[in-house]
Design a protein around this ligand. Structure first.
Ligand code: UDP
Ligand code: MG
Length: 343
């Protein structure tokens, strides 16, 4: 049985509790759909636990596994980008390490891709088990706010769990930006993209790697990366305040004429406080864009790879690979998707 060559890309941060089970289930799902022609690209995003040791062991024992070790924690989206850069399949599956997204959906996704002649099959969460009400409500708010703010249609309730064709991935990798909101960028590239529904499971082990701080940053990257509406808010507020100031002017003139000019401490305070808050808010927003502009202008590599175990193909378009990064384990074959030894 030969199907398309498949790459599965998994960003991992402190996932020692999930890796073994992930490898088993992914391997089974891949073997069941494409036979031997697959690779599993595991990216270690500067974990502090045994994640890298486990990855190396997996790469040594299974030639389907490519393990990439980043030099530090670069964040989910950049770790993902590193894996996407280095993978070499014709179809690419993006999945989280914690098995919240079932690898077994792969077969259905591939079938959907062929049936619909699609370039992207994205998985939409029907249910989210084992996540806090806070996480679910902020996520719901985020996806809806985002679709209101942006012109492109970023699918609601969709993570990075998706299947992509090689030409869609190449289009994605052609985007150079530093602040990467991958699911939005995939929506931006276009082609035929179709949804598939699934139930999100609980995390297999460990806890979420997205504390509130990272969630806020992620949301700001999404908004600033895909919309300039917040910048326009400054103009809208300016227009609103200008209109209000005409009324206030009339009121002030009336007060002066009526001899009540000394009163009005409350309204004065109100105006000072509101104006101050609006100005700070707008300044902050401009700062968010300016800061990103500054970071983009440095043109730094998006990630740094310190070592690779297993056979990695791919183009490494966005990163820096440390010299001798490839010296670990089996790298005598120059790259490409491994086949399981028949012994
Ligand atoms: N992750 C990563 N680097 C980070 C944070 C997260 O590579 O700095 C990975 C993590 O290991 C997982 C995926 O990104 O595979 C999604 O993270 P998580 O499951 O914690 O997010 P949640 O599902 O809670 O939104
Ligand atoms: Mg998760």
């Amino acid at each position: 049985m030969t199907g398309p060559r498949l790459s599965v890309v998994v960003p991992c941060y402190n996932e020692e509790g999930c890796l073994t089970e992930l490898h088993r289930r992914l391997g089974d799902a891949a073997a069941a759909t494409v036979g031997d022609a697959y690779e599993i690209v595991l990216v270690n995003d500067g974990s502090r636990d045994a994640t890298w040791d486990l990855m190396r062991a997996l790469a040594a024992q299974d030639s389907h596994v490519v393990a990439i070790d980043l030099s530090r924690n670069h964040g989910h989206q950049l770790a993902l980008t590193a894996g996407l850069d280095l993978c070499s399949g014709d179809v690419i599956l993006i999945i989280d390490a914690d098995l919240q997204d079932p690898p077994e959906l792969l077969g259905a996704m591939l079938a959907e891709m062929e049936a619909q002649n699609a370039d992207v099959v994205y998985a939409v969460r029907r249910k989210r088990a084992g996540e806090t009400a806070f996480k679910r409500s902020t996520a719901a708010l985020f996806y809806r706010g985002l679709s209101w703010l942006t012109d492109i249609e970023i699918p609601v309730d969709t993570g990075d769990f998706r299947l992509m064709s090689r030409r869609a991935l190449d289009a994605l990798l052609a985007l150079p930006e530093q602040a990467r909101f991958v699911r939005g960028m995939v929506a931006w590239i276009g082609f035929r993209q179709v949804p598939i529904l699934y139930d999100r499971a609980e995390r297999l082990a460990g806890e979420t790697k997205y504390p509130l701080r990272k969630m806020v940053r992620f949301a700001l990257d999404a908004v600033t990366g895909f919309s300039t509406v917040p910048l326009r808010i400054a103009s809208y507020m300016g227009i609103g305040l200008a209109a209000a100031s005409v009324l206030l002017l009339a009121y002030t003139a009336y007060g002066w004429l009526a001899g009540k000019a000394i009163e009005g401490w409350t309204s004065l305070m109100l105006v000072v406080v509101v104006l101050g808050a609006v100005q700070m808010f707008v300044l902050g927003m401009i700062g968010e864009y300016l800061g990103r502009l500054y970071l983009e202008s440095k043109r730094r590599p998006l990630y740094i790879i310190s070592q690779v175990a297993g056979r990695a193909g791919g183009r490494r378009a966005h990163g820096h690979v440390a010299t001798q990064a490839d010296t670990i384990a089996t790298s005598d074959t120059p790259g490409g998707i491994g086949t399981r030894p028949t012994a």
